[in-house]
Design a protein around this ligand. Structure first.
Ligand code: PMP
Length: 413
């Protein structure tokens, strides 16, 4: 029997698959997960901090008391009890009944990722334009690429999306953009948070131009100083679709997220979700519901935040100690990531094999742009490695950057 190579199918693929390539992050996984490598490349929550024995009991009880139901299909919109609980979670960040949030308007999804995919299926035709922060979440870029949409980046600084740049991007679009995709709080990949003043301005600009907003908020509760910025959706219900997830406040492996959208859009999202997955997992939804109703989930969010805060501090102090003064980086108030600017002329993508040889991994900035920029930047994760490993990783990274800098100076004219 002859082996068929993948290329034999080349001219049979749908157009949408041609633009899709493995993300920078996925390509890194195999090497970065070797134990000798300090991986600052991940984006995983530190699930080892969860009370596993208690969770074990919870899952056992779930199956004993509710197994027959939890192992069935469920409504495409998601389980009603969980949707009720999700409204309780959102109320904690200010999206409550007075902001028009109701369990009826929640669509449970297979992680926030499917929420983004459903929004793309409902709103995007090939060629449509989406505005997004530059840089932005790599998984959202994948979704928009699969939808054959075009992404235009809007510049950001230490206070998030720059309103003037948003205004300009809208004006320069050859066709009205379909929506603004934004991660306003403790953004992936920069860790940056949109300031309160700018939240008002951004909403005002979007309203004035009739621009819809997709607000992606996986990190809003992981605050290091107790201050949780109000989501855009808490400030405006009209035209803002809110995407949430349990991945960072409970467990990513559960694959449970949600979208909050007004009834007409909600119905379309449910249709799109049923076409894709019939319904999200009833089992993990039941687990999420039990977790929220029987365990101290708010305390756990505080514990995650305290742990990540300690690790952020370890990362920032190691960066202060080891990295060259020509570098700058963000100082996130929450979330999982620091974003660093390399010294002039260094290329994070070209440098990566050398970093892996020195047993440290990061994600090159190019993964977070649709247009190939970002070579001068990198994303560093501090949620998963211990403080000691983070310090060691940054020390190794500093050595790699230093020798890349020397090489650059040698070849400079
Ligand atoms: N949005 C952002 C900004 C993310 O960082 C992530 C996960 N890293 C997701 C969405 C996807 O999250 P989930 O695990 O809920 O699918």
């Amino acid at each position: 029997m002859s082996h068929t190579t993948l290329d034999d199918y080349q001219d049979r693929y749908a157009a949408r698959i041609h633009g899709m390539a493995a993300s920078e992050i996925r390509a890194l996984f195999a090497v970065a997960s070797r134990p000798e490598v300090v991986s600052l490349a991940g984006g995983n929550p530190y699930t080892a901090a969860l009370p596993m024995d208690e969770l074990g009991d919870m899952f056992t009880r779930l199956l004993a008391e509710d197994g027959a139901r939890a192992l069935l299909y469920c409504p495409g919109q998601g389980d009603a009890a969980l949707r009720e609980q999700i409204c309780g979670v959102m109320a904690d960040v200010g999206i409550d009944a007075s902001a028009g949030a109701s369990p009826d308007d929640v669509v449970v999804t297979v992680g926030a990722q499917q929420g983004l995919d459903l929004l793309a299926r409902v709103f995007l035709d090939p060629g449509d334009i989406v505005l997004a922060e530059g840089p932005t979440y790599v998984g959202a870029l994948g979704v928009f690429q699969a939808a054959q949409a075009r992404v235009r980046h809007v510049a950001m600084d230490d206070e998030g999306l720059i309103p003037r740049a948003l205004e300009q991007a809208i004006a320069e679009c050859p066709a009205p953009p379909k929506f603004l995709y934004t991660v306003p709080t403790y953004q992936n990949p920069t860790g940056v948070t949109l300031s309160g003043e700018r939240r008002v301005e951004v909403l005002e600009i979007c309203e004035r131009h009739g621009l819809l907003v997709v607000e992606d908020d996986p990190y809003g509760m992981l605050s290091f100083d107790g201050h949780r910025p109000r989501p855009l959706r808490a400030m405006r219900s009209e035209g803002v679709f809110y995407v949430g997830t349990f991945s960072k406040i409970f467990a990513a492996g559960l694959r449970v997220g949600w979208v909050l959208a007004p009834p007409a859009v909600r119905d379309k999202l449910v249709l799109a979700s049923e076409a894709a997955v019939l319904c999200p997992s009833a089992l993990t939804q039941a687990a999420a519901t039990r977790y929220l109703t029987t365990m101290a989930w708010r305390e756990q969010v505080k514990a995650f935040s305290a742990l990540y805060c300690e690790r952020r501090d370890a990362m920032l102090s190691a960066m202060d100690d080891y990295l060259p003064s020509a570098m700058t980086w963000t100082r996130p108030g929450g979330g999982l990531f620091v974003w660093a600017d390399l010294p002039e002329g260094l290329d994070s993508k070209a440098m990566l094999p050398k970093a892996l040889a020195k047993r440290v991994a990061y994600v090159p900035g190019t993964g977070f742009y649709a247009d190939g920029t970002g070579r001068g930047q990198m994303r560093l994760n501090f949620s998963f490695p211990t403080a000691e490993r983070i310090r060691e990783g940054v020390r190794r990274l500093a050595g790699v950057i230093e020798s890349a800098g020397e090489l650059r100076d040698t070849f400079a004219p």
